[in-house]
Design a binder for this molecule. Sequence first.
Ligand code: MCA
Ligand code: AMP
Length: 507
Amino acid sequence: MKNHNLYAALRAAFPEDLDAVAVETDDGLMYSWRDLDRGTAMLANLLESMGLPQGARVAVQVEKSVEAMMLYLATLRAGYVFLPLNTAYQSAEIEYFIANAEPSVVVCSRKNFGWVSKIAFKAGTQNVFTLDDDRSGSLLDRAAHCSDQHEVAQSGADDLAAILYTSGTTGRSKGAMLSHGNMLSNALVLKDYWGWKPGDVLIHALPIFHVHGLFVAIHGALINGSKMIWLAKFDPKLVVQKLPEATVFMGVPTLYVRLLAEPGLSRESCRNMRLFVAGSAPLLIETFAEWQQRTGHTILERYGMSETAMLTSNPYDGERRGGTVGFALPGVSLRVQDDDGRALPTGEIGGIQVKGPNVFQGYWRMPEKTKEEFTADGYFKTGDVGKIDERGYITIVGRSKDLIISGGYNVYPAEIESFINDMPGVAESALVGVPHADFGEVGIAIVIAKPGSTLDGDAIIATLKSGLANFKIPKRCFVVGELPRNTMGKVQKNLLREQYKQLFSAR
Ligand code: MCA
Ligand code: AMP
């Protein structure tokens, strides 16, 4: 029987020389391909030794490290389901994910062990480990006693490999279930489409709890047997310093904006580079043009989602058009429809729908929600609004979902509004996204007080900070007398966006 386990495919692409460097870290450590193979074997053996049920979830909230990546690979290797969690999430957020996913294993940093383990034990998790970014913690202590030989688990193409939580426009976060087949098909398509070749070296500067850093970047390098230059955190100076040793870089638009502010970024520093990929949020045409002028390279913009991995990409060889996300990837069917389900002609704007081997298996334990997000003929409704031009280039012009993308992270207004609305003295609130020179877009809150109450915007922000991940905190909070409404009484967020659009726009 063919094994569809994603790790098996990645492992098969390791170079013959297992002693060659696979990962070089910013603190000078070198990991060989053999180290990755042995490390993931030991961790996979540790997971298997726990007698976990089939499909067990391994939830992980740790700082970025090569060992954290190995834990991801080991989870695949052992046939369990990886559940990455943003390090910015605070206790109420973590409590929801753990209660919802019921992981069999939870791995957290040592400093968070007290509260995370409490939440995990309450949810019935029996195995809680620690892992820090200095290669310490109980996970590695335990794995050190395990064998470094391990036979990759047998997985079907539809078997789950990962669950990624993405917030909902209404209600709580949904866990997008991705299978081995979803991710492997996408990795193979991108290897070909982006022209990965022997000798490529990737600068990995993204966090590893979302699709971009965890899947697109890591799978891209591994399935090509390519070395990664591993940065624990995005540091523009360090990236510029490392560029001459690399050929491929991937980033959200904010990373490109910050790199452009580095005087050392030049044609000379990019002399060995082959490809700059951007995605996760719209890349401004100004950034695209400035990058071209400064470095001589044309950024390749692509578009994806947690539910689907990568959907479209500008071409590697053909014209990369700024402001567009290129063509549907091979194997992906993409169409634009109006609200009544009619296919729209070239150039007309409507909802983007997709189908393909990369499209997820549904939302974890939410069959009704899953059903709502698919059309009768099996297309997934992305919630993005766009158009296709006569040459087939796709442009995203907006979103039908109420979502703010800030520095590549998603912020769902409904979640923040409900948090604010629960505060004493608040009658109502609206969170809207406004342009921001660094993060592309940021959230600001507009709040009205209950009659007789006095509110302070800064105090509201301070309260939010105590309960929500930092990137979700509105950058400003205005207390006003009333919110603009349409005749149906619905808050007109477009008017608020217009009113506050200049707040941070100076670049
Ligand atoms: C940090 N801050 C932010 C953000 N990041 N505010 C708004 N949006 C953000 N993204 C704020 C913090 O709250 C804090 O505020 C202050 O900035 C400093 O925090 P720090 O963590 O030190 O910031 P940083 O290290 O400068 O981080 C900025 C960053 C980071 C490097 C751009 O946000 C980042 O790594 N973004 C990439 C996200 C990503 O990988 N997305 C891919 C999703 P205060 O001081 O007030 O507390 S995958 C995806 O979308 C799909 C599938 C796809 O297509 O790829
Ligand atoms: P996530 O929920 O984190 O998977 O975010 C997916 C969303 O990011 C998509 O539905 C788009 O709205 C947005 N996105 C990803 N790539 C791009 C891009 N290149 N341009 C515009 N939006 C993008």
